[in-house]
Design a protein around this ligand. Structure first.
Ligand code: ATP
Ligand code: BTN
Length: 256
């Protein structure tokens, strides 16, 4: 796979024929030899054999069906704001697909949907050095409908969208790097950088009735906003009131 347009956007881009998890491998490589991996850098494959999702769940795809894209970022943003990078990635992928004529929307916290079906999932992980993050995105670009791994999934090919990896990865990186740069320019403030409004604008979740499963309870109500910490704000009605749920505490978010 050749990705000249995408490669021109980052300090280093490496394509692997096959790997277990691009997130795991990029964290491993950066930790072993930080000087070899100036940020932003990308490790990518279309044959990931042990893809990981949130909370130990798995991301699976047949060889050639899905792009596993891991991006190393070291933005000058306070640690407590780094959680916004995951939302920035979901928004960037959604905007990139919209720009290519695909009607995608972002489901909080980490999915990109087309017509309610998942085309992309995001998994952000902090580096052990605390000074950077690896943001992984799995994008089902080429899978035939019959080859999709779960019934809730879709792919760009199945939706009649573009499938060229270089076009897709370059469009995603352009958006992601611009958003992260804007965030760093204002010291990590998601409001002043326009990131919170961008995340709201592509959100499929705000305005819907949701059921949020947390370790100790299920929260049901209308998702009304994403707060400045990146949490989903659920209106449980006159008795329950508003409750903000952080990504780390949420096992599942379902639409009612
Ligand atoms: P939620 O219930 O909050 O939406 P989720 O379903 O997004 O959570 P994740 O933590 O994102 O769950 O875990 C990854 C999920 O993605 C798996 O549970 C699996 O159902 C689904 N999945 C795995 N591989 C693919 C794929 N290639 N395309 C779409 N979905 C996939
Ligand atoms: C999810 O839906 O929960 C997130 C899935 C994230 C999958 C991507 S593919 C590239 C990177 N490497 C991984 O092992 N996971 C992420």
């Amino acid at each position: 796979m050749e990705l000249p347009r995408a490669a021109a956007l980052v300090a280093r881009l490496e394509v692997l024929d096959e790997i277990g998890s691009t997130n795991t491998e990029l964290v491993r490589r950066v930790t072993a030899d930080p000087a070899a991996w100036p940020a932003p850098a990308v490790l990518l494959t279309d044959h990931q054999t042990a893809g990981r999702g949130r909370l130990g769940r798995s991301w699976s795809a047949a060889a050639g069906d899905s792009l596993a894209i891991s991006v190393l970022l070291r933005p000058d943003v306070p640690t407590q704001r780094l959680g916004w990078l995951s939302l920035a990635a979901g928004a960037a992928m959604t905007e990139a697909l919209n720009g290519l004529g695909v009607a995608a929307r972002a489901k909080w916290p980490n999915d990109v949907l087309i017509d309610g079906r998942k085309v992309c999932g995001v998994l952000a992980e902090a580096l052990p050095d605390g000074a950077g993050v690896v943001i992984g995105a799995g994008l089902n670009h080429a899978a035939d409908r019959a080859a999709l791994p779960v019934p809730t999934a879709t792919s760009l090919a199945a939706e009649g969208g573009p499938t060229d990896p270089d076009l897709l990865v370059a469009a995603y990186l352009e958006r992601l790097l611009a958003r992260v740069n804007d965030l760093a320019t204002v010291g990590g403030d998601p409001d002043r950088s326009g990131l919170r409004d961008a995340v709201r604008a592509v959100s499929d979740t705000i305005g819907r009735r949701v059921r949020v499963l947390r370790a100790d309870e299920a929260v049901t109500g209308e998702a009304i906003d994403i707060d400045v910490e990146g949490r989903i704000v659920v209106d449980r009605g006159p008795i329950g009131g508003l409750l903000a749920c952080a990504t780390g505490d949420v096992e599942h978010l379902r639409y009612e």
